[in-house]
Write a protein that binds this ligand. Sequence first.
Ligand code: AMP
Ligand code: MG
Length: 339
Amino acid sequence: METIFHKADAEGIALAARLLKEGEIFALPTETVYGIAADARNGKAVAEIFKAKGRPQDNPLIVHIAGMEMLAGLVSEVPERAHLLAAAFWPGPLTMVMPRGPEVAAECCAGLDTVGIRMPSHPVVQAVIRQSGCAFAAPSANLSGKPSPTTAQDVRVDMEGRLPLILDGGPCEVGVESTVISIVGEHPTLLRPGHITLEQLEAALGEEVLVSGAILEKLKDGEVARSPGMKYKHYAPKADITILDGTFAQYKAYVDAHKTAHTACLCFTGEEHRLDVPCVCYGREGDGEDQAKHLFRSLRALDEQGDQTVYARCPGKDGAAMAVYNRLIRAAAFRVIKL
Ligand code: AMP
Ligand code: MG
C-alpha cells in the first residue's frame, strides 16, 4: 500500500475526513501523541487498526469526540462525574471510561461493557471529526510494543505501507497518552496517569480518586488489569534499560563502575556534559511536563544510536511525573535499582 504523507492543512484534513467516512484508517496528530483513526461505529474499519499496529485484540481503543452531543449512542449513560470532569478538562488529554452505548463497534471495547471516551483539544482532530461527522476510535500510531510516536516522522518509520495517509501536524504538545479515569464503579479510579494529574482530578470531582495498582508496579501473576493496556510490554526500545533511583552523584558513580563500550545514558537535560558515555536527554530534572514531552522521542533516539545497555535517571512518581514513571518502568521492563 502506498502511504501519502501530507501536511495537516485544509486539504489534508479534507482527505482524512473522506477516508474516515469511507471506512479507511489514517494517522493524525493529537495533543497527546499521534494516533491511528477509524470510524468508531464501523467494526471493519476498527479491525484494520489492530492489523496495522499488530495490537492484541483484548486491548480496547479510546473513542474520540468533538462535542458533548456526540456522547449519545456511544455511552448508555453519562454519569454525573462525567459532567464535572468534562467541564474541567474537555477538550483535553483526559479519557473517561463509561458504560458502553449501542452504537460503538464491539471491536473498540475488547469484550468489555465499558468504553473509553476522550474529547481532544487538537484543532486537526476537531476539524476531522466535525467534517466527517464521525467519532473515531484511535490508539497511538506505533507498532504494538514500540514507543508511541510524537512526530509524523516517527509514525512514518512504523507505519509506512500499512495505512493510506499520515497527516503531519508537527510535534505533539503533551507527549504521553491521555490520563484514563474509570467513572463506572462506586469510586472513581485512575487507570493510566497522564498530563491531567491525580490531584487535578480529585479537585474537580471533590472526592478521592483511587489509583489502580498496575500504574507504578508490575502486576502480580494472575492479577487482572483493569486497564488492559497496562499488562503488555510497552514503549520498549531495542536496548535494555535499567532505571537508577538516586542522586546524580550516585547515578554517575554507578554508570562509571558498570559502563562498557555499548553503554548509554538516558539522563536529564544538562547532565550529558558530566557523563563519559553517549547520552540522550529526556527533559529537565524535576519537570514532569518537560520529561513527558520528550520521553518517547528520546526512547526512539536510543534505538537510532544503536545503544545496547541504557541507564536511565529516575523521574518523580507523583504529579505530572507519574505519567513519565509509568511509561519508563514499562520501557525498562520494571528494572529499577535503588541506589
Ligand atoms: P492506547 O490506545 O494505546 O492509548 O491505549 C488505550 C488504553 O486505554 C487501553 O490500553 C486501556 O488501558 C485503556 N482503556 C480504553 N478503554 C478502556 C475500557 N473500556 N476500560 C478500561 N480501560 C480502557
Ligand atoms: Mg499505545
